[in-house]
Design a binder for this molecule. Structure first.
Ligand SMILES: [Zn+2]
Length: 92
């Protein structure tokens, strides 16, 4: 099983304008296709998750972390001294 991802070199353009003097700027990574084939599905882009915790007896929004999913966000939050860490369900 293979997956197509946007080419990381040319960001899906298939050409790199800085290299127009070499083969008309065709991206060497994807050969001008704009996509590359990978063995694994592309990683979900990072999202911002608000981390809540108990502070002065109240649940408060403490800080934001960038993570791929809630479990990852909580894992990152656990590196800080947060009491009762949870995910903020409101808007960023
Ligand atoms: Zn490319």
């Amino acid at each position: 099983m293979t997956h197509k991802s946007p080419c990381p070199r040319c960001a899906g353009d298939g050409r790199i304008s800085a290299y127009t003097h070499v083969k008309a700027g065709v991206c060497f990574r994807c050969g001008g296709a704009g996509t590359i084939t990978t063995k694994y599905p592309p990683r979900a882009p990072s999202e911002k998750f608000g981390i809540t915790g108990i502070q002065d007896g109240e649940r408060r929004l403490l800080f934001w972390v960038k993570a791929r999913n809630e479990a990852d966000a909580l894992k990152k939050a656990s590196r800080k001294p947060v009491v009762g860490a949870g995910i903020w369900r409101g808007q960023p």
